[in-house]
Design a protein around this ligand. Structure first.
Ligand code: KIV
Ligand code: ZN
Length: 385
């Protein structure tokens, strides 16, 4: 089994979601919940960004007891100094230093040559190393960076003291095959690849974040960065609960282990949803309510005979309520009979031959048939027989 670390950036990249602005108290609560869920690293914020972000980073560092804390820093001494101060009381800590490496970022945003970017990586990783044993370096927009330059940037960071290299797909541009190739290329080019923790940081602009993250894992990454509920800049970051669920459901395939306590997934997702004011969609993988609801007749019938016919993950595994079988026009006689017996009637398959057409007439006129409607239906039925 390969051990995978979970790096959560709900408090930093997650807060880059439009309209999200947690209070310090909420950040501390989320951090404690993430610790309970079992993440290995919490990115508490970007301390130089504002006095409030600095204070939140400090408060999280003081509240969390056994999870590594990191702050984010650009390749600037002032950013690094701010991280040093904000995380000084953390029990376990690292720093996350980044600079963009792609041509469009180098030329149009940073106005720096390749040589200047390399020099900056060297100088700032070395500077950060004076304060932190664990320095993580990210080449921002890595997936739109020339591969040879990416390898040079990564090797420079490692030679200056970085022990974690995170590969961001900043604009959600890559695909699983290409991302796999990027990691394979780094494995060949980076002399001491196996001594370094490689991490992936995928955004979801084209809906590829989960697939890309899993491709990275299959090609040398041993750390995943993402957020709860997939919140984050643009279309968001990879949803960590989806990665954890993949490792659990497909442990035969990925053969990965982690420290995640899956049973706290729903409560973690709910807290982040509440504090970020971002609703979890009904059809959101893993934590969406529809994941554990079955309406159609064939699926309901199969589920009642053996839940595993239509369920690859039990709701209890991720702390969700038991699977619901709501009744609608596509539901079958088996589920309706099961429900009627559950709410106090004693009906068998023979009864159902007469009851079921009545049910279908009601269901055709409504979205879902309520218990009250079932009771009225049964009173009418009893009067008629
Ligand atoms: O998406 C990104 O490139 C980032 C970096 C700061 C790691 O969030
Ligand atoms: Zn990001």
């Amino acid at each position: 089994m390969k051990k995978i670390q979970f790096f959560d950036t709900t408090l930093r990249d997650g807060e880059q979601t439009i309209g999200v602005n947690y209070s310090i108290k909420q950040k501390v609560e989320i951090a404690k919940q993430l610790e309970k869920w079992g993440v290995d690293v919490i990115e508490a914020g970007f301390p130089i960004a504002s006095p409030e972000d600095f204070a939140a980073c400090k408060a999280v560092s003081e509240a969390v007891t056994h999870t590594m804390i990191t702050g984010l820093a650009r390749c600037k001494n002032a950013d690094i100094d701010s991280c040093v101060q904000a995380t000084q009381n953390a029990q376990i800590k690292q720093i996350h230093v980044f600079i963009a490496t792609s041509p469009i970022h180098r030329e149009d945003k940073l106005h720096m040559t390749k040589e200047e970017v390399i020099q900056s990586i060297h100088d700032h990783v070395a500077y950060a190393k004076r304060f932190f044993d664990i320095v993580q370096f990210s080449p921002e927009d890595a997936t739109r960076t020339e591969l040879d330059f990416l390898a040079e940037a990564v090797q420079t960071a490692i030679d200056a003291g970085a022990t974690v290299i995170n590969i961001p797909d900043t604009v959600g541009y890559t695909n699983p095959k290409e991302f796999a190739h990027l990691f394979q290329y780094l494995q060949q080019q980076i002399a001491n690849f196996d001594d370094i923790t490689f991490s992936s940081h995928c955004h979801n602009d084209l809906g590829m974040a989960t697939a890309n993250t899993l491709a990275a894992i299959e090609n040398g990454a041993t750390r995943v960065e993402g957020t709860i509920n997939g919140i984050g800049e643009h279309a968001g970051n990879v949803a960590l609960e989806q990665i954890a669920a993949n490792f659990y459901v497909r442990r035969d395939y990925y053969q990965c282990e982690d420290n995640i306590n899956l049973e706290y997934t729903k409560e973690t997702s709910e807290m982040v949803s509440r504090y970020s004011d971002m609703t979890v969609a009904n059809n959101q993988p893993v934590t969406g309510v529809n994941c554990f609801s079955i309406e159609s007749g064939i699926h309901q019938d199969g589920f009642l005979k053996n839940p595993q016919t239509y369920e690859i993950l039990t709701p209890a595994t991720v702390g969700m309520p038991a699977t619901a079988l709501p009744l609608g026009k596509l539901s079958g006689s088996h589920a309706v009979m099961d429900k009627l017996n559950h709410i106090g009637y004693d009906v068998d398959r023979g009864d159902m031959r007469r009851i079921f057409p009545r049910f279908k007439n009601i269901a055709d006129q409504t979205k879902l048939v309520s218990d009250a409607e079932l009771h009225t239906m049964m009173q009418d039925y009893k009067k008629d027989v």
